[in-house]
Design a protein around this ligand. Sequence first.
Ligand SMILES: [Mn+2]
Length: 348
Amino acid sequence: MVNDFDSDRPLAFIGDIHGQAKTLLALLDQLGWTERDGRLRHDRGEALVFVGDLIDRGPENLRTVEIVRSLVEQGDAICLMGNHEFNAVLFHTEDPDQPDQHLREQSEKNILQHEAVLKELDRRPGDKDDMLDWFKTLPVAVEGPGWRCVHACWHAGSLDVLPRQGSAWHLPAGRWVAAARDGEPEYAAIEALLKGPEHKLPDGAHFLDKEGTPRHHARIRWWEPEPATLEEALIFQYRPERIDPTTLPYDASRHPAYPADAPPVFFGHYWNPPGRNPAGTPQRRVPGLQRRQGRRPGGLPDGDARPGAKRKFHRPADCAMSTRLNHEPPERHVQTPQSKPGSLRYAH
Ligand SMILES: [Mn+2]
C-alpha cells in the first residue's frame, strides 16, 4: 500500500487536474500506466501522489475523481486535499448554526467557480454525497522518506493545528465547521496550507485578476529564502497598478520562508498567464527528479520549455503535470535556469 509512506516504491507527483480526465489519462499513459482487467497498473510498480484540486473548471470532474479514487483504493496512489475539494465540501454542507445557509456561501461567484461540477451533479445527483464523503478523508499534508507534499504551502505552525496520524495530517470530521469560521485556528491553518499565504499590497495598490476584480493582496513566494523586493517576494498574476514592485522593498521579517535544511516539498496550486512563471525565480533541481507534462488529446503540447517557445494561455486545467522521485538523495542548492510553467512546483 502506498498509504504506508515508508514504501520505497518510486513515486510520481501529479498536480492540479481540474476535471481534465482525458489529459490525466494521457499523462498516466506517458508515465507507463496501462489498463488491464479493468484497472490501471504500472509495469515497474510505480506509485502516484496527487497534489489536490481534482475538480472544477474542466469538463469531466466526476470521472477524474473516479480515476484517482480507484488508484487510491487499489493502493497505488495517495491524494491530498486541494482548496477546491475543501471548498466543495463546505459549499454543499449546511451551516448547523444558520438554517438555509451553507458553510461556503452559495453566492454567484462561488457557484460560478463550482459550475462545471454542479452541472455534472445535476445529471448524477446520487454521486454527490459519496464524492464529498471521500473528499473529507483526504489528507491535508503528507511526509514520506525524504520528501513532503501539500497542496499550496508547507507551514509548520499551521500543521501543528491539525492532528497527525502516521505520516499524514487530516482535518478531523468534527472540525469542518471550525475550518469554515474566520477566527478559528483550523480556518487559518487551512487557508495557509491549501490556499497559501498572502501579503497586503502597500498604499491601496492593486492588480486586476482574470475576472477584472481588483486584488489588494498578492500570494507570497514562501519557497523563496530571502526575497528583498516585492517582485521577488510576491506573485503578481498581472502587473500591479500604482506601484513598481521591482524597486519596492519587502519586509521579510514575517516572511514564512521554508527552512533551507528541511526536506524537499512538492506542491501545486500556483499558476500564471503565459511567459510569467509564477515560481519565476531560481528553482533547485534534484537528481532523480524527472518532470513530464501531459499532452492534450489533440496532440497540442500543454507547455513548452524550449527557450523562446511560444506559450499559450496556461491554466492548471490545461497542464496536468507530474514529477518523479526515484528515491535518490536530493542534492541541494543547484539551480535550474528557468522552470517550466505548470501547476506543480518544487521547493526546498
Ligand atoms: Mn489550488
